[in-house]
Design a protein around this ligand. Structure first.
Ligand code: DQA
Length: 146
C-alpha cells in the first residue's frame, strides 16, 4: 500500500523555524519516524515523501501520483490554495490534512482551510505526531475499503 506524504512551503526549515510553534525536529527526522511507525501498522506500507515550496509542483505531484492515499501538510497554502484543493478532489485520492500546530488556536487567517473539505479528516496540534495519527487514520480507512 503506497502512501504519499506532501509537505508544503517552509517545512524544509523545520527544526530551525519557529521551534516554539513547530518543534525542534527537522523534516528528515519526522519522515524517518513515520517510516518506523508505519512498520508497526503493516510491513507493506510504502511511503513516498515530497516537499515543495511551489504550489504548481504540489498540484503536479497530486495529479501524477500512483499512491492509494495522501497525507498532506499544505503549510501556508492551506489558507489560500483552491488549486491544491481542486487537485485532491480532481484525482479523488483519499487524503488527510496535517498540521504540526493547532491552527484553530492561532491567527484568524489560519482558521480557514481550503483543503479540509476535500480530505477525510484533519489532524492538527501534535507536532510530528500529527503525521503518525494521520497515517493511523488513513491506513485504517484504506484497509477497510480494499
Ligand atoms: C502549518 C500551519 C500553517 O498555518 C503554516 O503556514 C505552516 C505550518 C503547521 O503545520 O502547523 O507553514 O501547516
Amino acid at each position: 500500500m503506497k502512501i504519499l506524504v506532501i509537505n508544503g512551503p517552509n517545512l524544509n526549515l523545520l527544526g530551525k523555524r519557529e521551534p516554539e510553534i513547530y518543534g525542534n525536529t527537522d523534516l528528515e527526522k519526522i519522515n524517518n519516524e513515520l517510516i518506523e511507525y508505519a512498520k508497526t501498522l503493516n510491513n507493506e506500507i510504502e511511503i513516498e515523501f515530497f516537499q515543495s515550496n511551489h504550489e504548481g509542483d504540489i498540484v503536479d505531484k497530486i495529479q501524477t501520483t500512483d499512491a492509494k492515499g495522501l497525507i498532506i501538510n499544505p503549510a501556508a497554502y492551506t489558507h489560500t490554495s483552491v488549486a491544491i484543493s481542486d487537485a485532491i478532489k480532481g484525482v479523488k485520492i483519499k487524503a488527510v490534512e496535517v498540521h504540526l500546530s493547532n491552527v484553530s488556536a492561532r491567527e484568524e487567517f489560519r482558521k480557514i482551510s481550503y483543503v479540509s473539505g476535500v480530505c477525510l479528516g484533519t489532524v492538527a496540534g501534535f507536532k510530528q505526531n500529527s503525521y503518525k495519527m494521520a497515517l493511523f487514520g488513513l491506513y485504517n480507512e484504506l484497509k477497510n475499503n480494499e
